[in-house]
Design a protein around this ligand. Structure first.
Ligand code: FPP
Length: 247
């Protein structure tokens, strides 16, 4: 893991060595608001602006997959007012960004427990996913009501059901088959996972998929996370040697 980079020079990226898939744990909205004596919800609002900046940057430089941890299975335990405010923000984002996503050839996808989301969020999500279904320039994957363990439980249930019905043989269970039964079945594993606001943990995010992912933790709070810092992290990623367990 690394700490925050510090460079004031413009970042020169090798466009032939960009990660295919960047995943981000967007943390620190509450702390950002608290430092300013604001409401936590103001922190989430400012955080949605950062979402826009980072999505645009990925599209511009050509990163094919960006996954954002927008709401975890654990986040349902937050105060009702905060959960409701986050759902409203999500709905607004899905509606307000639809046109830009279509125009910029961005496909919206979601991973997580779709059925737990309020109807209005589900509708906005469905509309944006349908409107962008054929888009090929970039995939924006929102993890919503997502938990890595819940995803694994769901996969085991699906696989055991198929074994019970004789659709697959127990001997056919291998890493590929497991990957094919996760929400991310047609999404490559992340090359780079970024976590903002300094905590050194994974928080139940993409547990299976990050086996060989490069990790980067920055102290910056999500609302303060900038395009410049993102590019600097990508540069740092390009300078790392990935061995995937080999020498
Ligand atoms: C963590 O900050 C952030 C979240 C739980 C939600 C992330 C949501 C957004 C960035 C806004 C809406 C999303 C989209 C896709 C438009 P925290 O509240 O845990 O911060 P803290 O640890 O400082 O309290």
């Amino acid at each position: 893991m690394n700490s925050s980079p510090s460079s004031s020079n413009p970042v020169e990226l090798d466009t032939t060595k960009l990660p295919t898939h960047v995943a981000i744990i967007m943390d620190g909205n509450g702390r950002w608001a608290k430092k300013r004596l604001l409401n936590r919800i103001n922190g989430h609002e400012k955080g949605s602006e950062t979402v826009r900046t980072i999505v645009r940057t990925c599209r511009k430089i050509g990163i094919p997959y960006l996954t954002l941890y927008a709401f975890s299975t654990e986040n349902w335990q937050r105060p009702k007012t905060e959960v409701e405010a986050l759902m409203v923000l999500l709905k607004k984002f899905l509606q307000s960004e639809r046109k830009e996503m279509v125009e910029n050839n961005i496909r919206l996808r979601m991973i997580g427990q779709l059925d737990r989301l309020p109807t209005k969020v589900r509708q906005a999500l469905d509309q944006t996913m349908t409107a962008t279904r054929e888009k090929t320039g970039m995939n924006l994957v929102l993890a919503l009501s997502y938990g890595g363990r819940a995803e694994i439980v769901r996969m085991v249930q699906e696989v055991t059901e198929k074994i019970k019905r004789g659709i697959i043989e127990p001997e056919a269970v291998d890493e590929g088959l497991i990957s094919d039964h996760l929400y991310t079945r047609d999404i490559p594993d992340p090359d780079l996972l970024i976590r903002t606001s300094g905590e050194m943990r994974i928080s139940n995010f993409l547990l299976w998929q990050i086996a060989y992912t490069e990790l980067f933790v920055t102290q910056t709070l999500w609302p303060d996370f900038s395009k410049e810092e993102f590019l600097q992290i990508l540069k740092d990623f390009q300078d790392r040697v990935r061995r995937f367990g080999a020498v």
